[in-house]
Design a protein around this ligand. Sequence first.
Ligand SMILES: C[S@@+](CC[C@H](N)C(=O)[O-])C[C@H]1O[C@@H](n2cnc3c(N)ncnc32)[C@H](O)[C@@H]1O
Length: 174
Amino acid sequence: MSKEFSTIEKFIDKEDKNFLSIGGGIGGLELIINQKFQNNNFYFIERNYISKKVKYGWGGTVNDEAYNDLILQKNFLMMNGMQGNQINIFDYDKDSLPEIKFDVIISLLSLGYHYTFDLYIEYLKKVSKPDTKIIFDTIDSEYFKKIFKKVEIIKTDSETVHKSKRIVCVEFLN
Ligand SMILES: C[S@@+](CC[C@H](N)C(=O)[O-])C[C@H]1O[C@@H](n2cnc3c(N)ncnc32)[C@H](O)[C@@H]1O
């Protein structure tokens, strides 16, 4: 996770307070962010079940795979220094999603990679500001130039089957 953190570190400012993680797994990356930039609020949208068989390349329009346990996630975050009042965990399948404006939205190897970005696009428009940084992995970074005003490629995985790129997007065009 330190390696993942190094790809996004320069996009995080001390002023960023509200972080949203979509499909963040157990939250290892957010723990590193918390250790480096204290006193932030972390919101997690995840799923609360573990698919029986790990599928490689699951995705497309069907989004029924999940690999998490939300009680375990909360315990793990608290055991590693995150305070209870910093942690807000939402079950994608059961809860109303948080409607505040986020400073940073992160979804590594999840939204836009394993399942379609369209699933969250209207929600993300509601919870982002013109300067919100939305960071995720995709195999089609060109497509996102039609969706966002600014798209910066920050990592390229050309050796993997997916040949994905990690991008930082700012401001929805409409
Ligand atoms: C491949 S894992 C990536 C985990 C972590 N971001 C990482 O980089 O190691 C994808 C995660 O997305 C979660 N997930 C699947 N569908 C989701 C959805 N609709 N909303 C939020 N999370 C979802 C899964 O439960 C799983 O934890």
